[in-house]
Design a protein around this ligand. Structure first.
Ligand code: ADP
Length: 268
């Protein structure tokens, strides 16, 4: 039957991947991709082999953030080969993104449902990651049909769970709750909630001001009985670092040192 064959395919492409983590957010622009890149670099510098799969079809931004724009992907004997990021860490970091197929910055995808579903399936099953400690999957915002196909395609690979990114404002809306309910529905373990853009670090005096009310992410975590991992303030210096898309050793080390996510992870 079809199911068995699919199981076999998934088993090959993800067989040597130890942990799979999805990064989710209720809506766009809350920092899902920034959290993905910080998590990837933090894990990589901790010595883990990391892969990042960008299936945010609404606007893949990871090639730009990793400084990998314009790279092409090759089809190897075992599947598509992800692009290696040149870090100064010993462990490898590789990235696969729809952005590599779309070419120029600014292109976004206006495909119909079936084509999106086919693309997601291909991205999950046809990328040859080799041996990985962590595969991080940057998903589209919200809880669309695309999420259902992601969950279905990953079923046999048994993902560890999801990091849910939110902002103080979107905690107030129902977006994040929808996301958390979605995780329940598809049996996806929530590894934790991260509140991004929580307060503003003043570039002049380095003091953190809470522009919007804070603590919402934490309350939500309690309500849904999932871990609260911590908050990341709005930091103009950090944006510069991420958006400058430099990949020299110095910048990646800076990125890692500047990364609030690393501060969160090193205590877990
Ligand atoms: P998403 O993936 O949820 O659409 P992004 O990660 O692309 O969001 O972030 C949206 C924008 O906000 C980017 O320009 C990013 O650099 C910026 N950003 C994200 N997190 C922070 C932060 N903690 N401080 C300042 N800017 C941030």
């Amino acid at each position: 039957e079809d199911g068995e064959e699919e199981q076999a395919v998934a088993a090959v492409s993800l067989a040597q991947v130890k942990h799979i983590i999805l990064i989710l957010s209720g809506k766009g622009g809350v920092g899902k991709s920034s959290v993905t890149i910080q998590t990837a670099l933090s894990l990589c510098i901790m010595g883990y082999k990391v892969g990042v799969l960008d299936i945010d079809l609404t606007g893949p931004s990871l090639p730009r953030m990793f400084g990998l724009e314009g790279k092409s992907i090759f089809q190897g004997a075992d599947g598509w080969m992800p692009v290696k990021v040149d870090t100064n860490a010993e462990a490898s970091l590789s990235v696969m993104s729809l952005g590599f197929l779309l070419g120029d910055r600014g292109n976004s995808v206006v495909w119909r449902g079936p084509k999106k579903t086919a693309m997601i399936k291909q991205f999950i099953k046809d990328v040859y990651w080799g041996e990985l400690d962590y595969l991080l999957i940057d998903t589209p915002p919200g809880t669309s049909d695309e999420h259902i196909s992601i969950a279905e395609n990953l079923r046999y690979a048994e993902p560890d769970g999801a990091l849910v990114v939110t902002t103080p404002q979107s905690v107030a809306t129902s977006d994040v709750k929808k996301e958390l309910n979605f995780c329940k529905k598809v049996n996806l373990n929530v590894l934790g909630i991260i509140e991004n853009m929580s307060g503003f670090i003043c570039p002049y005096c380095a003091e953190c001001t809470n522009i919007f009310s804070s603590g919402g992410g934490e309350r939500l975590a309690k309500e849904f009985e999932v871990p609260y991992l911590g908050n990341i303030p709005i930091d103009p210096k950090f944006v510069e670092l991420i958006e400058n898309q430099k990949t020299e050793e110095k910048t990646l080390t800076e990125l890692y040192e500047a990364s609030p996510i690393y501060q969160i992870f090193k205590d877990i």
